[in-house]
Design a protein around this ligand. Structure first.
Ligand SMILES: [Zn+2]
Ligand SMILES: [Zn+2]
Length: 363
């Protein structure tokens, strides 16, 4: 991606010299998530274009300059199916890492495919190979999980694990999820696994709402076919007139925040996860909707290695019954990425997968 708002182009890079403790990965799949569309629109600050996009990816270890160990301590070998945590170089020493214990706010932190410049090499998944530098958190993909299922969950699933931690859902809760993109869809499934007794999803278009139902939503509401008042009535009707215990914002809309606050019960909780780019201010009456209601509002920024590892465990246990595979609706080769971006931008499919190489069997 040379710069925002210009077509992505194919470039050749030399094969990197492997530092001790690094791995060269042959890419099986990467993905186009909402962030990549934001990158293409130039809506993220501090991105060092040109970049090789693709943050969450899966591949096969092609060369290992060992010894390299996975996050579980086991050695990594040639031919292993590997996944890795896209956030790297979190320093472990700064104020965010040590004093406030908010490592997703570490300033040294870099992210494959987002804040790594192409001038530094193969640090993005829209490529035939990915260089996993020393220190990157690597895991073997559980044998039962297909590579395309992993990537269909992708960064939305990892983000949703963090969201559910922040949401602190308790057994029997009624939960509202705003947004049925990759993050919202996984949040629906995980809210259900986390004990929610009622999950209501707001979003569009219709095919994603159908998928939201399959992911575990009891009630889906098309925001393009209902008024705010109608949605309010639905939520109160579904919750005995009290409002939901927890709401999760995965829509990236300032209006969505304004809409949700009156729909949460007294003493409830609201997690804001969709404002990854600046969607502008929301107008909130803090007396009515926060102070008097004793409401808790929590932000959720990025994810940590633990969320990635737990996402793998959840996939291993639940991929046969929760249809993550259906989110990654279509695969695109490297020559079709401009079309893939256009399809993602127009929300024609829930998620576009990137499949750079064809010489590997789908295992
Ligand atoms: Zn740090
Ligand atoms: Zn992403």
């Amino acid at each position: 991606m040379p710069a925002p708002r210009v077509p992505v182009e194919l470039r050749e890079f030399p094969e990197p010299a492997l530092e001790p403790g690094s791995v060269l990965l042959k890419t099986l799949f990467s993905e186009i998530c909402g962030t990549d569309v934001h990158l293409w629109h130039g809506r993220l600050a501090g991105v060092p274009y040109p970049i090789i996009p693709g943050h969450v990816s899966v591949g096969v270890a092609d060369k290992v300059r060992g010894p390299v160990r996975g996050v579980d301590g086991r050695p990594i070998a040639d031919g292993d199916r590997l996944v890795f945590f896209d956030v790297h170089r979190t320093c472990g020493r700064c104020r965010a890492c040590t004093v406030t214990r908010t490592p997703t706010r570490c300033e040294a932190r870099r992210v494959y495919g987002i804040t790594d410049p192409a001038s530094e090499g193969l640090l993005g998944g829209w490529a035939e190979a990915i260089y996993l530098e020393p220190g990157v958190s690597i895991a073997t993909l559980p044998a039962s999980v297909p590579a395309d299922t992993y990537i269909s969950g992708g960064c939305g699933l990892i983000t949703a694990v963090h969201i559910i931690d922040r949401a602190a859902i308790t057994l029997g809760d009624a939960v509202l999820v705003q947004g049925v993109g990759a993050v919202g869809l996984s949040a629906i499934a995980l809210a259900r696994l986390g004990g929610a007794a009622r999950v209501i999803a707001f979003g569009a278009p219709a095919d994603r709402l159908a998928l939201a139902r399959e992911m575990g939503a009891d009630r889906v509401v098309d925001i393009t076919a209902t008024s705010g008042e109608e949605r309010r009535d639905i939520v109160f009707q579904e919750t005995g007139g009290y409002g939901v215990d927890v709401a999760i914002e995965a829509a990236g809309s300032a209006r969505a925040v304004e809409e949700a606050l009156p729909l949460i019960r007294d003493g409830g909780r609201y997690v804001i996860a969709g404002h990854y780019t600046d969607a502008g201010p929301s107008s909130i009456n803090f007396h009515q909707h926060v102070n008097r209601k004793h409401l808790e509002i929590r932000g959720c920024w990025g994810s940590e290695v633990g969320h990635f590892v737990r996402a793998l465990r959840l996939l291993e246990r639940h991929h046969a019954t929760i249809p993550w595979h259906a989110i990654g609706a279509r695969s695109y080769g490297l020559g079709d990425l401009n079309q893939a971006l256009a399809d993602a931008e127009a929300m024609r499919i829930p998620k576009a997968l990137v499949r750079p190489t064809s010489g590997f069997s789908r295992t």
